[in-house]
Every structure is written in structure tokens, then in C-alpha cells.
Write a protein that binds this ligand. Structure first.
Ligand code: GLU
Length: 317
């Protein structure tokens, strides 16, 4: 049941007209694999502050497209945690699991434009090919697809669908924090998957379709997602979408230097009391490098957030 509503959100058809009035539309797009932890709260706060500092709108989208990874009920916990932190959103929350027809429509367009092909390679088969080509592979390494199925004209029903990259595909873009960046998709990523063999759409396709359909102009998210940006820019280009601006926030790590996540047993933030919530916000602010004495004495969350917006504005990212 997706019932939790933001007490401050605007609803219904007024959403369409209000979009045009906002040159800034940002979003927070958590995968519901557990409650917010210090890292995901820092991403939520950073994207919220950036939207508010620009007088923009801020949306929440639950990225549950990878249904086997979804933890039942964590979407509602995340929404409750955002509300407890005063991070209100401006439109109804959307759930990716209900939007598969939209992803299929985008994929149909790419299929029709002959930008894709079917692939029946297992991970093991890809690894074997890469090793045979002389690659040394780490255990969890992202594999650069060697193109085995590319010219095979496969028709198998159970097949992944990959995008077919040109022989050179260097994407250059400016990250608001990291400056000008570039990635050669062909040599560093390879033809990547848009729909898996089990029929699930991938994050890369879903995020691009949703950012487009939701008119997102500014993407502010954690650095762990940075390596996906060139893939997303490429999909935006071939689908004829507007390109949003990007800002990747510093990664929050644990004492061992690992990214906070469910796999590294990151604890959910505590929003049981106002004091605990302010503590969580202060920690997030220090990860975002905006913590300082001005935030210390504040006793209400609204006061804290309004000072944090001013500090964010001074950063001038
Ligand atoms: N759903 C992704 C995650 O939680 C974030 C997607 C994005 O911000 O682009 O890691």
C-alpha cells in the first residue's frame, strides 16, 4: 500500500501547470532496500537543500524497479524519515514498479531505431570471453561487455536487451562539483543492459525515462552514482531528451572506507525524537561540508533547515 502522503504536497492537475513555472526541478530517488542511513540522508538533504536554495521543486521517486532487491515496507519508512527530517516533497511520490509501460515504450523506440540487440550471455560466459582476451578480473568487477551477441541477430525469448554503442562514444559533461568529466563508454563500459533477461528494466533506462517524464532539471546525488552518468547522458541523447545538470555529493563511508549500504550493515538513522533527528541532520550536514556553529544552537528542525539553505546558497555550487 503506497498511502503515505506528504502533508505539504500539491496534488492532481495543478502539478502540470506548476511544472512550467519552475526552472529548477530536483529529486531524491532512493532504492527501497532499507531505511535511510547516514549516506542516503546526506543525499536526500543535499538534493533538497539545492532545490530549496534555487527556489525549485523537489520530488521523491521510489526506485523499486529491481523488485527482488526491494525490502517490503522500507519505502514507507524512508518517506516517514524524510517527513521527520522536514524534507517535504512537492508532488505525489511515484513508484518505478508501477511505471514499466513507460520504460517499455522508451525501449520500443530504441528497438525501432535499431539501437539495441538481444543478448543471451551469462555473466560466466562474459567473464570467460574477457579472460580469453587477456583481461584480469576482480571478484565484483563490472564487466565490459565484449560484444559476443552484437552481430548475432538473436531471437531467443529469454534474452537481455543491450544498447548498441558506436565504435567511439566519448561523453563529456560538467559536474557542478567535480568540474568537466568524460568517459569513453565503448572502451570503459561496453554495450550495457536496458532490460534484463528476467524481464526487469535496468536502473539506467528507468532513471533516464523518469527524469525526463518528471521534467527533472537538476540531479544532485551521491558520488557512488557518478560512474553511471555518461551512460545516462548517452540514453538521454539517443532518446532525444533534455540533459539535466549534475552534481555528485561526496561519498559517505564507514571507518573501513566502505560506502554505507545495506551490504556494509549501515544503521538506519534515528528519527524517534526531535533531538535524535537534529543529530542525524547535523551528521548529514558535516558529510556535506556545510556544518558549522550557525547550525549548532538551533532547536527546531524548520529553523535548522532554513539556516542550512542559506549556508548552501553561500557555497555557490
Ligand atoms: N536509486 C538510486 C540509489 O538509491 C539513486 C538513483 C539516482 O539518484 O540517480 O542508489
Amino acid at each position: 500500500m503506497n498511502t503515505l502522503q506528504n502533508p505539504q504536497s500539491s496534488q492532481g492537475s495543478s502539478q502540470e501547470t506548476s511544472r512550467q513555472a519552475f526552472p529548477y526541478r530536483g529529486r531524491f530517488a532512493p532504492s527501497p532496500t532499507g531505511p535511510l542511513h547516514a549516506g542516503s540522508l546526506a543525499s536526500a538533504l543535499g538534493s533538497w537543500l539545492d532545490a530549496r536554495a534555487h527556489g525549485g521543486q523537489w520530488l521523491v521517486r521510489i526506485e523499486d524497479v529491481d523488485t527482488p532487491r526491494t525490502v517490503q515496507g522500507s519505502d514507507q519508512i524512508i518517506l516517514q524519515q524524510l517527513i521527520a527530517c522536514g524534507l517535504y516533497w512537492d508532488e505525489e511520490v511515484v513508484w518505478q514498479s508501477k511505471r514499466t509501460a513507460l520504460y517499455q515504450a522508451a525501449l520500443d523506440q530504441l528497438n525501432k531505431d535499431q539501437m539495441t540487440y538481444r543478448c543471451i550471455c551469462s555473466r560466466k560466459h562474459i567473464e570467460e570471453t574477457l579472460r580469453a582476451n587477456g583481461a584480469e578480473l576482480g571478484r565484483h568487477e563490472e564487466l565490459i561487455y565484449p560484444g559476443n551477441c552484437r552481430n548475432q541477430n538473436r531471437h531467443e525469448e529469454k534474452a537481455a536487451i543491450r544498447v548498441s554503442l558506436p565504435s567511439s562514444c566519448v561523453l563529456q559533461f560538467k559536474d557542478r562539483m567535480k568540474g568537466v568529466q568524460s568517459q569513453d563508454l565503448t572502451t570503459q563500459v561496453g554495450d550495457f543492459v536496458l532490460r534484463r533477461a528476467d524481464g526487469l528494466f535496468t536502473y539506467q533506462l528507468a532513471v533516464v525515462v523518469d527524469d525526463h517524464l518528471q521534467d527533472i532539471t537538476h540531479i544532485v546525488r551521491g558520488e557512488d552514482l557518478f560512474s553511471n552518468t555518461a551512460r545516462q547522458l548517452y540514453l538521454q541523447q539517443i532518446l532525444g531528451y533534455q540533459i539535466p545538470s549534475y552534481l555528485h555529493l561526496p561519498l559517505v563511508t564507514n571507518a573501513a572506507g566502505e560506502k554505507l549500504s545495506k551490504q556494509t550493515q549501515a544503521l538506519g538513522i534515528n528519527t524517534n525524537t526531535k533531538e535524535a533527528t537534529l543529530d542525524a541532520l547535523n551528521t548529514a550536514a558535516s558529510h556535506l561540508d556545510i556544518w558549522g556553529d550557525a547550525l549548532k544552537p538551533l532547536s527546531t528542525i524548520d529553523e535548522w533547515l532554513s539556516i542550512a539553505i542559506k549556508i548552501w546558497q553561500h557555497k555557490g555550487w
